[in-house]
Design a protein around this ligand. Sequence first.
Ligand code: GLN
Length: 301
Amino acid sequence: MRDPEVGERLRSALAGTTQRLGEAGVPSPSVDARALIAHAAGTERHLVLLDALPEAFEARLEELTVRRESREPLQIILGRAPFRRLMLAVRPGVFIPRPETELAVDILRERSRGPLTDVIDLCAGSGALGAAVLDEIPDSRVLSVEIDPAAAALAAENLERAGAGRGRILRADLLQDVPELSAHAPVDAVLSNPPYIPAGAVPRDAEVLRHDPHRALFGGGDDGLEVPRAVIAWARRLLRPGGLLVMEHADVQGPSTRRAADECGGFDHLSTARDLTGRDRFLVARRAPGEPADGSERLSR
Ligand code: GLN
């Protein structure tokens, strides 16, 4: 039997926390309040099912609420973020996986032809895309490439948990020559959520601006496409004929990323996939047959 006092403590926690988060400008105060309350209660169950609360519940909740009031991201406070069927580990200093990025895996599965066994995730961050591939595509193998050591360590954990022994990490800067990466060609698909925000743009949310590493946000160059262009060039080198690149970008970058892929060459089909709200969000590029994928090739056309 549930102690009636538990219900009272939960109700007052929910009302108080929701109000405080709302006043702090948190966009979804009641959803976040519930998540913090469950965390403070040491449960992942539905709150109405709780029949006991730890003695330190209020003190723990206070600590969590103060953090969220200061706009520390909910995922960092909880130490995890949902991504497709997975619950990924997240950590301060590493880009938090976003729900919009989840769509890249559907686009890949819908549009790819032939086997989907060897997949490379470029600019892997927490390893979200690669981990989802390992989880959802039986017998797939993933190489996740990431420049930042903290992100690479986290990605290694997330890959291992999603598909033990089938994921590998390579720490590399895609703006440089990377012979170990070239040696991985040919692969069936390249997925990427690279940094792409243009230099002059300022992320709207306090959580993003203050907590996501800027290296994971700003793509370089005035148009933000320096790293995305490198991703496209790597996809050209790495993909087998018919292999697919699916790369996330900002909603205004559909035409410019298609142009970048066209200028790079080596693709025979370019398109832009939209997100669920109809915005341009992913470059989809199919590797042309005819030229072997290799690390040294330069385009002349
Ligand atoms: N989508 C990011 C954001 O919402 C931008 C950078 C990225 O995803 N690669 O802030």
